[in-house]
Design a protein around this ligand. Structure first.
Ligand code: PLP
Length: 257
């Protein structure tokens, strides 16, 4: 059994964040662990409140796990502020891990800031260089590069430029453009367009969290990056297709075993 760790924020409604990550790990047959960086009070309609966890407690959680348990892959999601980000970088340098998937979470679908504006530079400087793969959507790639992305060619240029910031590979997710959902993958040598039909479903809360956790799981299970991404996309597509009608807003995905 592979051991997966998510370092991310809690979503009490169970759709995104730590909860989505743990459900994905279980569904893909891995053992899930969690280091909580922030607690959010949220539901399918939006985020009501956020409390950030002190960096010393983030460190204590990471240390408690690594000094006792082998970690096969880490997924990093919501990291909130620059103090927490620097702590994560420091701790993961001390405790080496084979795969690090960085989902640069910034703003929720409902418009709530999950990354403090002051923390953007720290995220770029501290977390991108340790990433096996970084998985921004278009708005996140735009913030990272400070420019607009409106075409798939722009996405390719963005993938090449974000690669220069240090990650071993990058997946720019094209769900925010019109038409078929086209993602762009770049690993420093080949650039690939990965196309999948757009599914018109309302219940998509936690999609990004789920994709990055699935990629971390498949990497730990021994898949190379390209098959890990395509298997993860299949998993997310099925999970969106049978998303759950829970609550009054944007409901969660359905994690099948
Ligand atoms: N809440 C937390 C704690 C998250 O980590 C994320 C992840 O991106 C979200 C909310 C956003 O979820 P979504 O944008 O899918 O609603």
């Amino acid at each position: 059994m592979k051991h997966l760790l998510t370092i991310a924020g809690s979503d009490c409604s169970g759709g995104a964040g730590i909860q989505a990550d743990l459900k994905t790990f279980s569904a893909l047959g891995t053992y899930g662990m969690s280091v909580i960086t922030a607690i959010t009070a949220q539901n399918t309609q939006g985020v009501d409140a956020v409390v950030e966890i002190d960096k010393s407690m983030v460190q204590a959680q990471i240390d408690a796990i690594f000094k006792d348990i082998v970690v096969d892959a880490v997924k990093i999601g919501m990291v909130s502020n620059s103090e927490i980000i620097k702590q994560i970088r420091y701790s993961l340098e001390m405790w080496q891990v084979p795969f690090v998937v960085v989902d640069p979470v910034m703003v929720s679908k409902s418009g709530h800031h999950l990354l403090q504006p002051e923390a953007k530079d720290a995220l770029i400087r501290e977390l991108l260089p340790i990433a096996t793969i970084v998985t921004p959507n278009i708005p996140e790639a735009e913030v990272i590069l400070n420019r607009q992305i409106v075409t798939v060619d722009d996405m390719e240029a963005a993938a090449r430029d974000i690669y220069e910031l240090g990650p071993k590979s990058i997946l720019v997710k094209g769900g925010h453009l019109e038409g078929d959902a086209i993602d762009v993958f770049y690993d420093g040598t080949t650039i690939n367009r990965i196309s999948s039909p757009r599914i018109h479903k309302n219940n998509t809360h936690g999609t990004g969290c789920t994709l990055s956790s699935a990629i971390a799981s498949y990497l730990a299970l021994g898949y190379d990056l390209t098959p890990a991404i395509s298997k993860s996309k299949d998993y997310v597509t099925k999970a969106i297709d049978s998303g759950l009608e829970i609550g009054k807003g944007v409901g969660p995905l359905h994690h099948f075993h």
